[in-house]
Design a protein around this ligand. Structure first.
Ligand code: 5GP
Length: 209
């Protein structure tokens, strides 16, 4: 079984990356999303085990000490991490695994799997970001202010990514994400088994036994 592709999707809080990721899961086969653990409290409408595993700091620290995270980082005073076992199992089953994580996590994943594509999703403008962040009704005014400060820093880090996708319209952005992932899966360095098989068969055309 061919191993699936691991891809990192980041973006400013409020860029709509969660919406794009759920849309790609609905409209295309073979994708799964990793559910992260976090120590922040659930926001409005967020369900434990679906949007995040909401953990105490103690439980989170215990998982760190047991090496149960593929990567983990601190963001706006809380801890966030990707449980390792789910990701490994899904990749081994040939699924394409999306990690909705920040650049600190992206850097750690790249150290372990250097050919992981890093994809950044941005809203069309910062005005639009402010509008989306305030209208989604999930964060307090203080949390919004912190997230916008964080966005200013993240904007400086976009060049570390391989791809930048503008979320101007959900369906269009989802299709762009799918196209990027399919292109990554077709890279020659990922298709060594296929190439070896084709070469073997082609060689038999010249030297049939
Ligand atoms: P939020 O609290 O808005 O859901 O997420 C805050 C930030 O943490 C976002 O940039 C999100 O992508 C990032 N994040 C969520 N889960 C993880 C994770 O498991 N690891 C890392 N490094 N970042 C995460």
């Amino acid at each position: 079984m061919e191993r699936g592709l691991l891809a990192v999707i980041s973006g400013f809080a409020g860029a709509g990356k969660g919406t794009i990721v759920s849309q790609i899961l609905k409209t295309h086969e073979n994708y799964v999303v990793s559910v992260s653990a976090t120590t922040r409290a659930p926001g409005k409408g967020e369900v434990d085990g679906v949007h995040y595993f909401f953990l105490t700091q103690d439980k989170f620290d215990h998982m760190v000490s047991e090496n149960e995270f593929l990567e983990y980082a601190s963001y706006v005073n809380h801890s966030y991490g990707t449980p390792r076992s789910f990701v490994e199992e899904q990749l081994n089953q040939g699924k394409d695994v999306l990690l909705e994580i920040d650049i600190q996590g992206g850097r750690q994943v790249r150290k372990i799997y250097p050919d992981t594509p890093l994809i950044f999703i941005t809203p069309p403008s910062i005005d639009e970001l402010v509008r989306r962040l305030t209208s989604r009704g999930r964060d307090s005014a203080e949390s919004i202010a912190r997230r916008l400060q964080r966005a200013a820093k993240e904007a400086e880090e976009i060049e570390e990514y391989d791809y930048v996708l503008v979320n101007d319209e959900i369906e269009a952005c989802t299709e762009r994400l799918h196209a990027v992932i399919q292109a990554e899966k077709a890279r020659v360095n990922r298709r060594q088994d296929l190439i070896a098989e084709i070469q073997k068969q082609a060689a038999l055309l010249c030297n049939p036994s």
